[in-house]
Design a protein around this ligand. Sequence first.
Ligand SMILES: [Zn+2]
Ligand SMILES: [Zn+2]
Length: 272
Amino acid sequence: MIDYHIHTLLCNHAVGGIRSYVDAAVRAGLTEICFLEHFTLDRTSTAHSMAPGEVPFYVYAVREMKEAYKDRITIRTGLEVDFCPEAVPALTEIIDRFEFDLIGCSIHFVDGINIASRRNASAIPDKDFDALCRRYVERVRQMVETPFFDVVCHLDVIKKSGRPLPADVEKGLAEVIDIMAQQNLALEVNTGGLAHPAKDYYPSEALIARAVTQEVPLTTGSDAHKAQAVGAGIPAAMNTLRNLGVTHLARFDRRQRILVPMDTQPTPQESQ
Ligand SMILES: [Zn+2]
Ligand SMILES: [Zn+2]
């Protein structure tokens, strides 16, 4: 099992030392993990992200863990980049200086609104929420058409508060999957939403099924912001993926994608 979406305290909203996440991953029986720390150059969201000056420290800290745990677990270094079209050249310059295994992309802010905040979502009237979802899909479309990233993280996270998405937004997200297939992007099956009011994977099973049909490679990630959440929901996700006919998952080594067969044995359900 792999957990390809783990944060560290460098993003200012996760807790615990980096080693505690690795220990939790080993305990959870994971064979491979990827740290995917938030990184943005967009001024709206820098408070939730590692700062550019912290990147060398982050890369060094993960490298130290890779070495210390190399007999027990494979550890990868990645970033969850908040998509901001104007910042792509500057981001590329910073990222290319280091040996990252994986660059994920996601959108947390639309027109200055943190769409991944439950408090914000419940304060928005229905009509405005629908309009916000449409602007979100436009940004996502622009993101997947930008040739720089490896994996799209939590594709439909805008449903986090549990509010249903308008039908045209669902359709727009399905079209995004089709663009991802053309752009050779992988899709993350993010289990973080199982613990949110959405009570679902990001993205939904219908969108994952479309990705499977379109042969979009998949990763699995918990989006852990605390050690106890590492690996949460991954066994359930593996079962869901098997039922959809998925046989391989994507892994990344220095930004080269490798397709690895999923475990052949069904994964026991997690104890709650
Ligand atoms: Zn976060
Ligand atoms: Zn995120």
